[in-house]
Ligand binder design. Sequence first.
Ligand code: FMN
Length: 330
Amino acid sequence: MNKNLFEELKKQGKMCFLAPMDGYGDSAYRQTMKKIAPHILCVSEFYSADGLVHSKFLADSVLPHQKIEKPLIIQIFWKDPEMFWKAAKIIEQYDVAGIDVNMGCPAKKVVRSGHGSSLFINQDIAFKIVETLANSTHLPISVKTRLSFDGNQCLIDFAKWLENAWANLLTIHGRTAKQAYTGKADFTQIYELKKHLSIPIICNGDIEDYDDGINKLQNLDGFMIGRKSFGNPWCFLAWDYHPALAEILEIMEFHAQKLIETKGEKKWSLEIRKHLVQYLHNFPWVKLYRRKLVTVENMNDVLFILSEIKKDFHDYLDKKPSLGEIKEEI
Ligand SMILES: Cc1cc2nc3c(=O)[nH]c(=O)nc-3n(C[C@H](O)[C@H](O)[C@H](O)COP(=O)(O)O)c2cc1C
């Protein structure tokens, strides 16, 4: 447990994070991203503080992780400071590196119940949550939020108060909660914010890959990539890295294997299907395999499809689809 984690990482260079993504950022996803990009820092998908406190089953399902995922940050959401305190005590037992508080989720259900981005409006509660967490654990506390709730709140004031409440790092998604995912992420206010705070500030939103993140950094301490990592752990690599078909097939097998190891076959088959299709989205011929990929029932089905692709594209295994090197349709 190290409150200075982010300050130490900052000294080593610009920080590059995998964004927390519900339905994606589980242990298998994180292991897959880190296998290709060991330098990234992973934030888990969000879990309710209340859920972790009241369900040992949930805590035992989502908090254990592998060495390769470290240092792992667990993201939680809720609105009651006391519940964060209790959740921190549970999270601490799983040897994680930090706790991230979700203050950015724009989903109606989450906002209506006073969680996520609604804390940008209920700011007293937001500060109390961070203060309570900071006093209850030796883990560093980070907050992920947005530019504002609906454009009527001041990011700099909000962030300064979070820093005063002992937040150790802030990630800002360059949209308001009201915008959800519409429009383009804008980092102008985030660059300005950095001038007013001393803790590390991370930008997020519409970053294409590592090089794009570095180009957009300006005075910031790091960046976070979410959607561009779907089926593409290579997005975290520098110098515009493009994987060959053989590398893609290999990582698909790895991801499927890790998911089955961590979730068991029943849950696995429903979850792995979306990932498998995403890995092949750059191929014009993916439609020939899509039906098979979205109906896999077990690991043997995956291995069979992968071997079929290897056979059908034997001469193209070292070609890079994203560079247009495989044009042939079968
Ligand atoms: C499927 C999905 C699930 C998400 N779940 C979370 C979440 O659990 N916690 C969170 O703070 N943000 C969540 N987000 C928001 C992302 O972390 C990120 O802020 C957003 O996607 C913008 O970054 P990007 O353009 O790099 O994807 C989610 C986004 C997506 C697309």
